[in-house]
Design a protein around this ligand. Structure first.
Ligand code: GYE
Length: 625
């Protein structure tokens, strides 16, 4: 019988002990990470669509780097490997681990909507990159792929100049919303050019190698192609390999993402492989920063953060790298801000002015706010701020058109413009720096969704009277669009009359009076007002006409000012869709961060709710307007 040496005995013991430790460790992990991670105040679960694409690897790394700055945070990652059923299971498992917050980057946003909605009932959820349907999440952070497509088109048209040019669009999977939005923006912006012919080829798995193979297969048919627009830098890299192999060195390439990683867009620019890349940041850093705000219940967390995209070319590559390398530093001098505000319209506007003035004080910012009641007046106000060399201009544009000229002047003067509560319509979005305000289209959708829930057509269609805000103002246009978008999906709901009320009490009052004059027998079921002040004017007019507001006719409005919520509780209004005027803290924080060298999102969309007679008491309490 073979004698066991003392050494062998000792080795067996060691193996048994380490096996024991390993099994024990796994059991601990499977149990619940929080139990073992007592040290961490918060555990964040991260459900990634895949860990294959370079964009997602950069995202995971950014999340880890930012979280590592906060000892209280522990991250747990799951990888869905582009399998929607696995991602649903991942999210359920993370919830079972009792995470404090979820960050979800969907592999298929629409299909994941319900899972995110269910999770949001349990924990705060930040959705990254691809937005789910509806608004059942805490915060969405992502790029705007339509405008990225437009920016790529601009870069392609710059390369094409006025010469006839053939352009090949190399998209990733045709079923992905990202590709569809980038394609739509690209085609829209390319439509202005008559000297360009377009052809397109999808690379369904979106990989570099497949792009290379596809182009090699296309071979000579590429000979007359001048420019390739690739939907990502790694498709561009694959394309460049094929182009080189086919000896078609005349072909120029434009792509998207722009990361500072090996074979990333910035390196491809440096190596002369591509001509331009449109940056598409991941939002990883912002997700951790906002996650901390949410976990510490700090105020002012927005609903959507739309990230900024830059067009980086070989000419501005080093400037862009400088921007990336910049470390924010407190600016010593007092920041001077000029606000081209809109003259009083009612409760919302005065609450908005108060919020901005108070926040300026809180941030130690010197604010000068000047009211105006027309576009020409406002343009003069902006010009006066340029002449007096303010550091930043805040603009609440009374109407959305007519701003190109004076915004060009601001740009020339090197003064950034922040849009507050209303948007401008300009050909170049870089004429303003950021927009902070509500999602007016969604507000309109919410108003009509409430109408559908509150009144059903009988034999006769439901007759709606709309009182619009100021003609040409972005909230007016979008609140109408959102309302009609939902209405168009329904049968027997008609907007039988629509009038402008200029967002003020008198405007609402006279709109009703005018309608009643031409319709002596009242025949309206629902009044849709673009803001509360007009709705309160309508209530007064109805009473004078002997019509019971909220009873004989239903009234839905937008804003959520206290006098409207009082009327709602009295049953004179039936639904109020919130549009928060309290933009001061977010606006001043954005200006402060900008002046300290931080790069800011393109749009910050405020978080809003809907008030009805069923709304719980707690939502009425503690409101500051
Ligand atoms: O809804 C309305 C105000 O621009 C979002 O303007 C703002 C709108 C707000 O007159 O009450």
């Amino acid at each position: 019988m073979h004698k066991v040496s003392p050494l062998q005995r000792m080795l067996v013991v060691l193996v048994v002990i380490s096996l024991g430790f390993f099994v024990f460790g796994c059991m601990l992990m499977l149990q619940n990470p929080k139990d073992t991670e007592g040290a961490y105040a918060f555990v964040i679960g991260i459900s990634q669509a895949n860990q294959r694409e370079p964009w997602r690897l950069v995202l995971s790394r950014e999340l880890q780097i930012e979280a590592a700055k906060h000892e209280e945070l522990k991250l747990i990652f799951t990888d869905a490997a582009d399998d929607i059923e696995k991602q649903k299971a991942d999210i359920k498992r993370l919830l079972a681990y009792d995470v404090d917050l979820l960050i979800v980057s969907p592999c298929n946003a629409v299909a994941l909507t319900q899972t995110v909605r269910d999770a949001y009932r349990k924990v705060p959820v930040i959705v990254l990159d691809r937005v789910v349907d509806g608004y059942d999440y805490s915060l969405f952070i992502g790029p705007e792929n339509h405008s990225i497509g437009k920016q790529a088109a601009k870069a392609v048209l710059t390369l094409a100049g006025n010469e006839p040019a053939k352009v090949l669009e190399l998209s990733a999977s045709s079923s992905s919303l990202v590709s569809q939005d980038r394609h739509a923006g690209f085609i829209e912006a390319m439509s202005v050019a008559s000297n360009v012919t377009l052809m397109s080829a999808p690379v369904e798995d979106g990989t570099r190698d497949s792009a290379e193979d596809l182009l090699k297969e296309m071979g000579d048919s590429l000979a007359d192609v001048d420019i390739i627009f690739a939907h990502t830098d790694y498709l561009a890299l694959g394309a460049s390999k094929a182009v080189a192999a086919l000896g078609l060195d005349h072909i120029k390439i434009v792509s998207i993402d722009g990361f500072q990683i090996p074979d990333g867009g910035l390196e491809l620019l440096d190596r002369g492989v591509i001509e331009a890349t449109i940056t598409c940041p991941t939002g990883g850093k912002e997700a951790i920063q906002y996650a901390l705000d949410i976990l510490h219940e700090r105020r002012g967390v927005p609903k959507q953060v739309i990230l900024r995209n830059y067009t980086v070319t070989r000419e501005n590559l080093y400037q862009y790298k400088g921007l990336l390398a910049r470390t924010p530093s407190e600016s010593e001098k007092t920041i001077r801000v000029g606000h081209a505000q809109i003259a009083d319209e009612g409760g919302w506007r005065s609450a908005n002015k108060e919020s901005i003035a108070q926040a300026a004080k809180d941030f130690g910012i010197e604010l000068e706010s000047i009211d105006a009641s027309s576009l020409p007046e406002q343009i003069e106000v902006v010009r006066s701020f340029i002449e007096r060399a303010f550091d930043v201009i805040v603009l609440s544009p009374i109407v959305e058109s007519g701003w190109e000229g004076v915004l060009e002047e601001c740009k020339k003067a090197g003064i950034p413009v922040f849009l507050s509560d209303r948007k401008v319509m300009v050909s170049d979005e870089n004429l303003y720096y950021s927009f902070i305000g509500g999602d007016f289209t969604e507000e309109g959708r919410r108003a009509m969704r409430w109408v559908v829930s509150a009144i059903q057509p009988t034999l006769k269609p439901v007759r709606i009277l709309e009182i619009q805000g100021t003609a040409g103002a972005s909230p007016t246009k979008e609140r109408r669009q959102g309302f009609l978008e939902v209405l168009s999906l329904m049968k027997s709901y008609d907007v039988v009359a629509s009038a402008y009320g200029d967002y003020n009490f008198d405007g609402g009052f006279s709109a009703i009076k005018r309608y009643a004059e031409s319709h002596p027998r009242w025949d309206i079921d629902v009044i849709y007002c673009h803001n509360d002040d007009m709705a309160l004017g309508a209530v007064k007019a109805l009473k004078e006409l002997g019509i019971k507001p909220g009873v004989d006719v239903l009234i839905v409005s937008i804003d959520g000012i206290s006098s409207a919520l009082k009327a709602l509780r009295k049953g004179e209004l039936n639904c109020v869709v919130e549009c928060s005027p309290l933009l001061g803290p977010q606006l001043m924080k954005a200006i402060h961060d900008y002046m300290s060298g931080k790069d800011l999102p393109r749009r910050i969309i405020t978080d809003e709710i809907v008030f009805t007679s069923d709304t719980q008491e707690q939502y009425f309490r503690g409101r500051h307007y």
